[in-house]
Design a protein around this ligand. Structure first.
Ligand SMILES: Cc1cc2nc3c(=O)[nH]c(=O)nc-3n(C[C@H](O)[C@H](O)[C@H](O)COP(=O)(O)OP(=O)(O)OC[C@H]3O[C@@H](n4cnc5c(N)ncnc54)[C@H](O)[C@@H]3O)c2cc1C
Length: 574
């Protein structure tokens, strides 16, 4: 049942598992653990239950979600690599978590990404080959909204049609799609066509796959939670923040962390409950380490600054924050229509929204991009900096080029006139490491968020190589009668020094933080995702990755959680 507040019925129930956070990680756990009718689960979510809100459901309205009531509204600390700018750091605050507010691109990660996790954790169960059954539990390939023939747009033999999360290739074709395809053929050496980037090898030019079905966004709430809503062994408590975990005992010197404290407002009643079996922390890469620190688990000297008594001294908690770097590079084009028209013209937007409301068609049902490139930086770039390739291996990209049928920038507003095509260049295998730390001991205060975007020269060099590749792609004959010129600051950035200045001035986040409670021998988590030095506590969300996947992070988080659920269920049948 769904609870808007903690009733005495809920407070007097004994739950086997208390799951904190209903995003990609937590929703999978809530669904899979309640498949066993004898297992009772409480899922606590800080945000509300309005996950079918139109702004969430319509892919084309996703830009309205940052700074909305569905956002935690975090802001970074001043970022040295961004000329000391602070940037918005959105995280989903609603059932579905960030899957309800993200840009819907669906990636699995690569063979090399997952094999590196297997290496670092010493558990071959995290290898690509061994995860395929879990990848299939997530994957549900559906027809695109417009029902077009998808031959040549993905490889059906590597997809499932009975997984939980609906995905599809783009449901509306754009005039630039054929140009993108032709450019990849004309320059096939540098931009080879890749039939399916979700094969474990992302490299090349591909059609995108997104968590969109019939033009509507698919989230962990519309998929995993909706499937489980009517189970009598699942209770979901919304509008409620876990403030900390509390020990309920001690086993061989380790605190038993099955106690959970929560409140509905900063001055509201604080409740405490205890899970009979385990607490599963799935509050995401910003809030999971924050909750642990508030509970006395983290770097003892940092916690002491806030008079928090140390329970487990684990300095790695909150460190190792990794994120992808975003930069929008626009060209003006010779076109009668681009998506800029929908963004500028309220009448057209209203017509398109009406179409979407009627049957999910039109531009509001589109993913943010129909096509992208995943590419590797030339190794000479790394050797000139006396370093080695930071990616997980040859199937993993160093950077991504997203083709957008509009003016794409997080820094500059859409100009009043002109039509655009943009290449969004993203550093996808970064070397920078940031951190989450406490600003105060008040659980209702935000933590300090420092993703350290572009914190190393290597990451700046990767971004430069990405911009060069974007320029090469747009110089293909396929674009010749379309492109007019590079626009604004992008066009002015030509020499390496100009490029570096432009990169530092204009870059932002792709909103993919991971790694703040990493698994691994040097990490905070055992390979089975239990927290070192404690009992009764597991972390199942994007903070568990030791390295950032070389793809967008919701898919890898779903996959991680599917295996985590199976590990937990195996302990129940023993
Ligand atoms: C703007 C944006 C765009 C993105 N674009 C993409 C994309 O296109 N493709 C992609 O693959 N990924 C994308 N991502 C990233 C992807 O959504 C995340 O990697 C993924 O959702 C992480 O899952 P998670 O379970 O770790 O955390 P989340 O999905 O963020 O879930 C955490 C949940 O925990 C809740 N919570 C936090 N603290 C508490 C507390 N104290 N008590 C109770 N509940 C709490 C939160 O409210 C939230 O619901 C994007 C993210 C954002 C924000």
């Amino acid at each position: 049942a769904l609870f808007e507040s903690p009733t005495s019925e809920l407070l007097n129930t004994t739950y086997d598992f208390i799951i904190i956070g209903a995003g990609a990680g937590g929703a999978v756990m809530a669904n899979r653990l309640t498949e066993d009718a004898g297992t009772k689960v409480l899922l606590i979510e800080a945000g509300g239950s309005d996950f079918m809100n139109q702004n969430i459901s319509a892919p084309g309205l996703s830009s309205t979600l940052t700074h909305s009531k569905f956002d935690w509204n975090f802001t970074t600390t001043p970022q040295v690599g961004l000329n000391n700018r602070t940037v918005a750091y959105p995280r989903g605050f609603v059932l579905g978590g960030s899957t309800a507010t993200n840009q819907m691109i669906f990636c699995r990660g690569t063979k090399d990404d997952w094999n590196r996790f297997a290496n670092v954790s010493g558990d071959d169960g995290w290898s690509w080959e061994n995860l395929i059954p879990f990848i299939f539990k997530v994957d549900n390939m559906t027809a695109p909204t417009d029902g077009h023939n998808t031959t040549g747009q993905f490889n059906p033999t590597i997809h499932n049609t009975s997984g939980v999360v609906d995905i599809s290739v783009p449901g509306v074709s754009l005039a630039i799609d054929s140009r993108g395809l032709n450019a990849s053929q004309e320059l096939s050496q540098e931009f080879p066509f890749n039939l399916d980037y979700n094969s474990g090898d992302t490299i090349g030019f591909s059609w995108t796959q997104s968590t969109i079905h019939n033009g509507r966004r698919v989230t962990s709430a519309t998929s995993y939670l909706t499937q489980a809503f009517n189970r009598s062994n699942l209770d979901i408590l919304v509008n409620t923040r876990v403030t900390k975990l509390v020990p309920v005992g001690n086993y061989s010197g380790k605190p038993d962390m099955r106690g959970v404290q929560f409140a509905q407002s900063a001055n509201g009643t604080v409740y405490t409950m205890q899970a009979a079996k385990e607490v599963i922390l799935s509050a995401g890469s910003v809030k999971s380490p924050h909750i642990l620190m508030l509970s006395g688990i983290g770097d003892a000297s940092h916690l002491a600054l806030f008079n928090i008594t140390s329970l487990v001294d684990l300095p790695v908690i909150g460190t190792n924050l990794q994120d992808h770097v975003f930069l929008g590079n626009p060209w003006t084009v010779n076109a009668n229509f681009t998506l800029d028209d929908v963004h500028r013209n309220a009448t057209l937007a209203a017509e398109q929204l009406a179409l979407w409301q009627a049957n999910g068609t039109g531009f509001f049902g589109l993913p943010p991009t129909n096509q992208f490139n995943w590419l590797r930086t030339n190794s000479s770039v790394f050797s000139s900096l006396n370093t080695t390739d930071p990616s997980a291996g040859p199937t993993s990209a160093n950077f991504e080029l997203i083709i957008s049928d509009n003016f794409a920038s997080k820094r500059v507003a859409l100009p009043a006139t002109g039509r655009f095509v943009s290449m969004v260049t993203n550093v996808i295998s970064p070397t920078s490491r940031g951190n989450i730390s406490l600003a105060s001991a008040d659980p209702f205060d935000a933590p300090l968020v420092n993703p350290n975007l572009l914190g190393t020269d290597v990451d700046v060099a990767i971004m430069r190589s990405a911009i060069q590749a974007a320029r090469n792609f747009m110089a293909a004959p396929a674009w010749a009668d379309y492109i007019i010129s590079e626009f604004g600051a992008f066009g002015e950035a030509q020499t390496d020094d100009e490029l570096d200045a432009y990169i530092h001035d204009q870059s932002d986040t792709v909103d993919h933080p991971i790694g703040t409670i990493p698994m691994g021998t040097d990490g905070a988590l055992e390979a089975n995702l239990t927290l070192k030095g404690t009992v009764g506590l597991r972390v199942v969300d994007a903070s568990a990755f030791p390295f950032i996947p070389s793809g967008h992070t919701q898919g890898p988080t779903y996959i991680l959680a599917e295996r985590a659920a199976s590990l937990v269920r195996a302990t129940l049948s023993n």
